[in-house]
Write a new protein. Sequence first.
Length: 424
Amino acid sequence: MKRLLLSTIFLTISWSASHAQDLSKAYTDIESKVVEWRRDIHQNPELGNREFKTAEKIAKHLKSLGIEVQTGVAHTGVVGLLKGGQPGKVVALRADIDALPVTERNDLPFKSTVTTEFAGEQVGVMHACGHDTHVAILMGVAEVLAKNKQQIKGTVKFVFQPAEEGPPPGEEGGALLMVKEGVMENPKVDAIFGLHINSQTPVGTIRYKAGGIMAAAQSFTIKVKGKQSHGSQPWSGVDPILISAKIIDGLQTIISRESELTNEAAVITVGKIKSGIRFNIIPESAEMIGTIRTLDYDMKDHINRRMKEMVSTIAKAYGGEATCEIREATEITYNEPALVEQMLPTMQRVAGAENVQLQKAITGAEDFSYFQKEAPGFFFFLGGMTPGNTESFPHHTPDFLIDDSGLLLGVKTLTEMSLDYLNN
């Protein structure tokens, strides 16, 4: 057994060293193309379920590489299938392709000046979360792998996903719709990898975490019913604004007094409250909307149950009525620990062990989680901040900025993770 294990390790090391040498020229050749693609996509952003030109660009590139292409998946998604020189497992690689309704505020030569209508308003459109880099990176990975497909033992499925930021109101979209339409089947995916550029992580750095790395996101609507009365005679009515205030206060005790925060973080946020029309009228009703973020399934179930109990009980205590509706947005982005352990040596070899860093979970959310419900997945963060930079701008802001020099590491990492997963 020991001799067999040593032989396996030797073959793995030999394979990794030989294919890394073979691919070095391919990486050199692809970098300028990836930067050019990224800048073009950045200058021509499109919102979720409307990524028509972006999808056309992706499909044209994949077809030019001899990759089998399917378009119109989940409205505007593109899926490419690359069969290797030998049969084997199937690995999927995902990039999200949509932009945000944000007006760009920097002076880049490839700055977006695109505008469109969103929610009844004229808005700017910007790749303010780095999805342009994700598309360009995966296009680069597709080219490198297609030119070296004889080295591949198995199949690579390239998943270019629309509407990660959410579909327009009244429409389906994103990863959930892709899953519904069978993207993880035919052929069935054995593992899926994805990355996210990060404007506050230095170029050359990769950050990861086994288990829950990003939160499940849920939205909620609370409707409170009181009894309208004159503002000078509150005793003749039931004040839904007072009840709403007590509910907001009570909800926070679920986090601060009932949730085991040493296990994982959790958040309940009320983002909007609407009630009343005039200064001297106690209104009849109030409505609140907000979000719940959880990183543990048991905690999620507990918080959901207690919110519904607490909302109705508090309202009743003050003479009113209230309901709480909770809707799913994304699941927990859960990195399968065994897959992380398997792929960590590859990441350390490609980026350098000192540049692959363990991170804490974050309460942001990602619909990559829906793919992970269908197959083991590994989602990690790629550095996009210029080294030594003292001011970095957060995602989803007008000043968001990514250093192009960080893209090649993304190409290398996804390429080598795919090859090592399939061939070892």
